[in-house]
Design a protein around this ligand. Sequence first.
Ligand code: HEC
Length: 85
Amino acid sequence: MKYAVLILSMLLMIGCNKSTVQTSNTKFPTGQKLYISKCGGCHRLYDRLEYSSEKWDTIVTTMRSKAKTTSDEEKEILLFLKERD
Ligand code: HEC
């Protein structure tokens, strides 16, 4: 019984710490919205921390033809993706 309580509270703690791309606090809400709307249609929304800043540059350029982003939109998306807190 003791263990059940322990495991349950651990699960709760994990649950509370989980922040997704959609829920993360950001200084760049425009980029966040664009990322969700432009990049979430074909695959899951990759977490910002899954790739380095340099890698995001390459990825957003590669995805340009698929996501049909303008360079202004890409700037906003990259601000959001490269934000590290
Ligand atoms: C029209 C569909 C489509 C859209 C829109 C799209 N992607 Fe993708 N994306 C793909 C496909 C298909 C793959 C996997 C195959 C590949 O690598 O080409 C992929 C792969 C990726 C990967 C994994 C790359 C790797 O090296 O493993 C990332 C990260 C990614 N996309 C980010 C984005 C971002 C950011 C946007 C918005 C700017 C975006 N995608 C928009 C289709 C799309």
